[in-house]
Structure formats: C-alpha cells, structure tokens
Design a protein around this ligand. Structure first.
Ligand SMILES: *[C@@H]1O[C@H](CO)[C@@H](O)[C@H](O)[C@H]1NC(C)=O
Ligand SMILES: *[C@@H]1O[C@H](CO)[C@@H](O)[C@H](O)[C@H]1NC(C)=O
Ligand SMILES: *[C@@H]1O[C@H](CO)[C@@H](O)[C@H](O)[C@H]1NC(C)=O
Ligand SMILES: *[C@@H]1O[C@H](CO)[C@@H](O)[C@H](O)[C@H]1NC(C)=O
Length: 251
C-alpha cells in the first residue's frame, strides 16, 4: 500500500502540474495582471518585508492617495519602499520625534508623481520631484546617480542603492530601498543623527519599546511592530494550510 502510494505520488504531482498549467493557460485565469485597480498595500504585502512602511502609508493615508492618483494621472507614479530593516536601523524614536505633519511629509518623500523605469533613473535630470515637493519645485527632491546599471538615490542626507523592483509596469513602479529616505530638509540641519551607531539585532525591539512607552502619543512604529508579528503568524498559518491542502490532494 505504502509502495503504491509512493509510486503514485509523483504521477499525481505531474498530473496536478499539467492540470494547473492548463488552467493557467486559460484566459480567465486569476493573475496579478493589469486588470483591476492597483493596490500599493497589496504589492508591498507580497514583498513581505514592508510592514512599517505599510503602516505609515496607512496612518498618513498616503497609500490610498497613491492608489487613487495612479489611476487618474497620465504620468504614473514611482514609490521607493524602505524595508523593515531600514526602519530598524534608524535610531530609536526617530519616527516618534516627528510631528504628524512631518510623518506625512516623510512618507510623501518616498513617492514621485511620475513613472520611472530603472533606465529612466540612470539618466534622469536631478533633482527629481517627490510628492513632498508640492508646488515648490526646489525642495524635497531626490537625486539619482547611475553607474553600470546600478542606481543610487540621495536625499542630500543619506544615499543608498535602488534595489529590485516589486513592480515595474506603467503606471506604477515600486522599488526597494534599504535605507529610509530621510530628507535633507528635515534632518540635514538638525543634529538628530537618526542612524543608529551599531544595529544590535535582537535587543533593539526591547530598547525600542522602552523609549516608545515614554512618548506614547505619536507611536508610529510600535503598532507596526505588533502587526508585523501578527501578519507573520497569519502568513505561516496560510502556508501550513496550503501544505495540508496539497497533501490531501495527493492522497
Ligand atoms: C488593498 O490590499 C490590502 C491588502 O491586501 C487590503 O487590505 C485592502 O483592502 C486593499 N484595498 C483596496 C481598495 O482594495
Ligand atoms: C479609476 O479610474 C476610473 C476612470 O478613469 C474609474 O472609473 C475608477 O472608479 C477608478 N478606480 C479607482 C479605484 O479609483
Ligand atoms: C542634488 O544635486 C544638486 C546638484 O549637485 C544639489 O545642488 C542638490 O543639493 C542635491 N539634492 C539632493 C536632494 O541631494
Ligand atoms: C551607491 O551607494 C552605496 C552606499 O549605499 C555606495 O557604497 C556606492 O559607492 C554608491 N555608488 C555610486 C555609484 O555612487
């Protein structure tokens, strides 16, 4: 019995693969294609390491704004999404020290009101406007420099690489950055030095929470931390469910 199951399993698997490729070849197959409205949160969620940025997009309502504007603007948009790691590398309390308006500005600074491919960014004329620039062209811009297909972005205060794209089709491009783009206008003159001197990986969460309980009003990052673990748990559950489902299908 066990032997027949073992020999059957690969056959069933092949059958399943054939079936699934056949169904996905159908035009009605569900796919993250261009159909339907663009949802920035859904794109970031799939990326799996953007819980803090997603949280900020939500509390500042910039995420919704992007979804609406990307649908209505002919220029498209580009979003630079800092990883959770990028936020963890900020000195504890950096976000909490910002006023609500400054938090909005910081998030808007990660969004440009134009669609750029990586090639565009290699040769774009600086500075590039962001949503934080508003009508004032000279401020809250980003500078891009390229060398051998590697694009760097500079805020005048920090510089980092523009890494892979979570999405690169018109009208929305979403690129991963491994530093939070701290605007020179906000951090340059001040001596906030928001980059932590030495990122201590497991203990930062504890010290973070300590400082946050002091300033509970503008807690921007701590709720994200909580939802982060929650979402991870949901993710695990979903993965496990899939495995169970596959096993059931096979036997
Ligand atoms: C966008 O996606 C997120 C996460 O999948 C979901 O919670 C939200 O309801 C979606 N928004 C819209 C407008 O569909
Ligand atoms: C996108 O724009 C179209 C018209 O251009 C409109 O009908 C649709 O409701 C918009 N969708 C969203 C999610 O705003
Ligand atoms: C961008 O580059 C220009 C010219 O080099 C410089 O004047 C400006 O301060 C830079 N801005 C940023 C945000 O780096
Ligand atoms: C891009 O930025 C990184 C730091 O993140 C730096 O090491 C590298 O030299 C920069 N590259 C260019 C072409 O400026």
């Amino acid at each position: 019995m066990a032997i027949t199951r073992l020999t059957l399993a690969p056959l069933l698997l092949i059958a399943a693969v054939i079936l699934s490729t056949e169904t996905s070849a159908q035009p009605a197959a569900p796919a993250p294609g261009p159909a339907g409205p663009i949802n920035l949160t859904a794109i970031l969620e799939k990326g799996g390491q953007f819980t803090t940025f997603m949280h900020l997009l939500k509390i500042t309502q910039v995420g919704e704004q992007v979804n609406i504007q990307v649908n209505s603007s002919s220029e498209g948009m580009t979003v630079f999404a800092p990883t959770d790691n990028a936020f963890q590398n900020l000195k504890a309390g950096t976000l909490n020290k910002l006023s609500a308006d400054e938090q909005v500005k910081l998030v808007l600074y990660h969004v440009s009101p134009k669609f750029y491919t990586l090639d565009d960014l290699l040769s774009v004329s600086n500075p590039v406007r962001t949503q934080a620039s508003g009508r004032d062209n000279g401020v809250y811009g980003l500078n891009f420099t390229g060398e051998a297909n590697q694009v760097n972005v500079s805020t005048g205060y920090v510089e980092t690489r523009v890494s892979n794209a979570l999405r690169s089709q018109r009208p929305l491009a979403v690129y991963v950055v491994d530093m939070v783009l701290l605007p020179g206008e906000m951090f340059g003159e001040h001596k906030l030095s928001p980059i932590a001197p030495a990122p201590k990986s497991p203990s930062t969460g504890v010290s973070d929470d300590d400082t946050k309980s002091d300033s509970t009003k503008k807690a921007a990052a701590s709720p994200a931390d909580k939802s982060a673990s929650g979402e991870r748990r949901v993710g695990l559950g979903f993965g496990f469910g899939l495995v169970v489902l596959c096993l059931k299908f096979l036997f």
